[in-house]
Design a protein around this ligand. Sequence first.
Ligand SMILES: [Zn+2]
Ligand SMILES: [Zn+2]
Ligand SMILES: [Zn+2]
Length: 390
Amino acid sequence: MSWYIKQVDDGKGYGLFAKQDITCGDVILEEEPLVCSQFSWNKLYKYRACDYCLKSLETAEEMCRRLAQNPSINLPHPECCKAKPETNVHCLNCEEVYCSMACREKAYNEYHKTLCPSSDQCDKSALEVLDETWRGFHFPPETASIQMIMRILARIKQEDKKEEFIAAIERFCHISTNNVEQIAHKLLGEQFSNQISVLRDQLKSALFDESVQHWFTTDGFKNIFALLGTNQQGIGSSALSVWVLNCDELNLQESDRLDLDSCIDDLYQELNNVAGTFLNCEGAGLYVTQSKCNHSCDPNAEVSYLYNNHRLTLKATKDLNQDEEITISYLSECLQSRGKITRQEFLRENYLFNCQCNKCMTLSEIDDVTSDEDYDEKDDDDNNNNLLEN
Ligand SMILES: [Zn+2]
Ligand SMILES: [Zn+2]
Ligand SMILES: [Zn+2]
């Protein structure tokens, strides 16, 4: 392992540090989430992902044809697409689809036995109401908090080692109670600040469990909601990105390389014209180690999904010295390029900390000059997802 976790004493809780010198481009860690889920709207709009691992269930070519609404697209180098839709399987009792028998089994053993519409383990109409309520509150871009809470509660019901699992969830960074109200409302959208109790009541009637009854009190619910909101990591899976990555690695003659690159550019242009920028199956997950990685506006590492599923890769984007803190950016690319005031306000509102990264500390004078216009444009960014994009 090239990393270690250490408590940091400036209010950030824990941090991830380099155990040895790390070279730019090196993989620092790979990790699968404790729990994850596709976003409700993403699923509703027919982005087909494995219910368990979020792998996109189509080939790159199928995905392009669907998104561009053009059945005549033929991708060159089909061997670069690693998706295997022929291994997709349904739940034996419902329409849910998995990328493999292994995922179906894991899903069933962890949560689907409870959540499957055919089971009598919980009130399914209550679950549907809850999902609808959530979608009503939460237009895209969205978070997966409610779906994750459902899976967590289902897993608690099914888990042999209940206490261990609950402890693992509660070990994710907690926010001080004063701030919980603020962040819970922020994550849900301020206009719905009164609706948290609606969600809580619906969740309670669908999946109440005695072993975590403290999650169902008003404060407890906000607490767990805030915990998920501030710790969840956005996931994007795409057979197309994997195909492109593998195409990049092909050993081609220069003219063939130019042809392929321009073919890929044209393809993205066509997809962009029809489907916009929403290309991936999207969701979010809770990652035990990666969640310890703190933010910097000038990060030295980044998260990506190289396997077309929920397996996360943390890669160095700079050379790191031994014992240097490993950081990622919690900002979208667009926010990342904004002035200090905009960045800091977003981080304060969504993650409840005052950013004191090197960039924020060194650029103060120059950066503040742009802060007025920054401030005016801030509302657009507020509507951006607080999650990290792939
Ligand atoms: Zn899967
Ligand atoms: Zn099922
Ligand atoms: Zn900063």
